[in-house]
Unconditional design. Structure first.
Lengths: 289, 317
């Protein structure tokens, strides 16, 4: 094992421990699970003899109206085609992912500014070891959160008699691969900025931008919005994790497993490319803020 | 042990380090001195591979250093000026050292940690969280971390800055003790009185240029050809100073209250003829003190007044 890999493993272990002894991860997980529970339990009350009817429960009524207004009925029908579980799963994971990504980006900036990264770099580690360690920690915690949420969602499915179909598992897989790329963007934002606040602002800006571009192309609220999003999307889609995530889901819906795998592989490649760029920036700038 | 060759670091158009050649020898305490903004930190960052030189070479233990040669960096222990506060608040002193021991792959880490904590007198607070540590305790902990993996060279950046007198003495004792155990020590500092007490050789840097690198003794010899002897008597009789100035070894004499300040050449011991002269005049020397040129004076002389003459091999006085 090289010095760099060994150092990254040791730093990652410390960081995972650090994250698990604090309350943040558990609070985010609890919020996510609570949201998931509400969505699954409310779904049971939104089903009548004709099937899923969002108007039967105020929560789904609100969600349904908002999504239908923006993206159309077909989008909502597709979203709930296999019951509430994939949607509930995604919503449960969102706060945990946001917590992990935001805290990671913020913490890296903070540690670099305080001189903690430099302290580690005085030894056998280097800036890249630290970067890899942060990323490994994020991946481990994301995976842990996904497993916990999946287990909880399956338990809720059992309680409320919902069907846990392949869409739920696919959502979990795509969420993980999507996290790979988004967390890599987190590292990138930390590398190109000078302090924790600007790293965070840049990261959130990047995620928001890609989300707007993606959802803009689905939007039915205005032709202009959709056209603009499509044009911008055509330019930036190659670097957008959501584009490849959506590509995977579309390939799966079309019964194309190779397309699904290609989409996931592209997410891995994108993550690798972003991390490589972060590494070169780190090499050029050094670990000092 | 550590050598630089024509080391240059530029930030845009600003040259922070301008062709520095340093040479730290095995087993010495080497003071790297300079005013704020002189280029000390930029040089150290290049020595550690934290930043890349614009040009020039860094040689560690005879090998040309690049950031890929991590095995060379492992042989250096670093005590930064400030220990990072506000990060890793959950760590106790022992957790902290255990983490670095694992990172450096220290053999028998627990034994080593315990021995070092005893050495720096922190064993009683081994289970205290480091966020509760004072500046002095943090500095000692930082020192412990730096020697944890038994490096050949210790590099200390302003090691006594912000410490109380007791903390200064403890850190000084640690430096001297580590040096006695055979470790070479490089200290970057502007605390000149302390450097004078412990450094074998010093390098003085100003505006990115190395002005001199020498032992204290040689440095003073090169800069100052005279020295002062202060003689305290009960009362200085009128007209004594001109008489003293007639002595062959005396270059000048001034009177301050009951003290004669006599200027003599730097070489030789002139206390005896001066004492004999005073006694022959019925005076009893109450105290004779030779005022040594301090590093601070040498530093001021070199960095502010005498840069040109030093570079050109000229002298002062």
């Amino acid at each position: 094992m090289s010095d760099r890999t060994r150092a990254a493993r040791i730093i990652a272990k410390k960081q995972v421990f650090e994250a698990l002894i604090g309350p943040g991860f558990y609070v985010a997980l609890a919020v996510g699970l609570l949201l998931g529970y509400f969505l699954v339990s409310a779904f049971a009350r939104s089903v009548d003899s004709s099937g899923f009817n969002p108007r039967l429960h105020p929560l789904y009524d609100a969600i349904g109206r908002a999504l239908e207004g923006a993206f159309g009925t077909a989008f909502v029908d597709g979203l709930f085609a296999e019951g509430p579980l994939p949607f509930a799963f995604a919503v449960s994971y969102l706060p945990v992912f946001l917590y992990l990504a935001v805290s990671s980006v913020f913490k890296f900036g903070l540690e670099r500014n305080a001189g903690a990264v430099e302290l580690v770099v005085y030894g056998p580690a280097d800036g890249t070891s630290y970067l890899i360690a942060c990323y490994l920690k994020d991946l481990f915690l994301s995976l842990l959160a996904l497993v916990v949420i999946l287990g909880f969602t399956l338990a809720a499915a059992g309680i409320f008699n919902d069907f846990a179909g392949p869409a739920l598992f696919l959502t979990a897989v795509v969420a993980f691969f999507l996290s790979l790329a988004l967390l890599a963007y987190g590292m990138f934002a930390s590398m190109v900025t000078a302090n924790a606040a600007s790293s965070l602002a840049l990261f959130l800006g990047i995620v928001l931008f890609f989300l707007i571009v993606l959802f803009g192309s689905f939007a039915i609220v205005g032709e202009y919005v959709r056209s603009l999003s499509t044009v911008v999307g055509n330019v930036v889609q190659w670097i957008s994790p959501f584009y490849y995530g959506n590509l995977s889901l579309q390939a799966n819906a079309a019964g194309d497993p190779l397309g699904l795998l290609a989409g996931l592989a592209l997410l891995v490649c994108l993550s690798g490319a972003i991390l490589a760029a972060s590494h070169f920036i780190m090499q050029a700038r050094g670990v000092r803020p | 042990m550590i050598q630089t060759r024509a080391l240059v670091k530029r930030y845009g158009t600003f040259t922070a380090v301008d062709g520095i050649d340093l040479h730290v020898r095995a087993g010495e305490i080497y003071g790297f001195l300079g005013p704020n903004g002189a280029g000390k930190t930029s040089t150290i960052m290049m020595l550690l591979g934290i930043t890349r030189p614009t040009s020039g070479d860094v040689l560690l233990f005879g090998e040309r250093y690049t950031s890929r040669r991590v095995h060379l960096r492992r042989r250096i222990g670093v005590v930064p000026e400030k220990h990072p506060r506000g990060v890793w608040p959950w760590m106790t002193a022992e957790d902290y050292l255990r983490f670095f021991a694992e990172l450096f792959d220290v053999p028998r880490p627990q034994e080593r940690i315990e021995a070092l904590l005893k050495k720096v007198d922190l064993h009683t607070v081994r289970n205290t969280r480091i966020r509760e540590f004072s500046r002095g305790m943090l500095q000692k902990l930082s020192f412990t971390r730096a020697i944890l993996h038994d490096p050949d060279v210790l590099l200390l950046d302003e090691p006594i800055s912000g410490l109380d007198p007791l903390g200064i003495q403890q850190v000084r004792d640690l430096i001297v003790s580590e040096n006695r155990e055979g470790r070479s020590i490089v200290i970057s500092s502007h605390q000149l009185s302390e450097m004078e007490r412990i450094c074998h050789r010093v390098a003085i840097i100003s505006r990115g240029r190395l002005l001199t690198e020498d032992t204290m003794e040689h440095l003073v010899a090169r800069l100052f050809h005279e020295r002062e002897i202060q003689v305290e008597v009960e009362q200085v009789p009128p007209g004594l100073a001109p008489l003293l100035e007639k002595l062959p070894s005396v270059l000048g004499c001034a009177v301050h209250e009951n003290t004669l300040v006599i200027t003599v050449p730097r070489q030789g011991d002139y206390r005896k003829p001066i004492s004999e002269f005073l006694i022959s005049r019925g005076l009893v020397p109450l105290r004779i003190q030779e005022r040594m040129v301090s590093l601070e004076e040498a530093f001021v002389t070199i960095t502010q007044e005498n840069i040109g003459s030093l570079v050109n091999g000229g002298d002062r006085r």
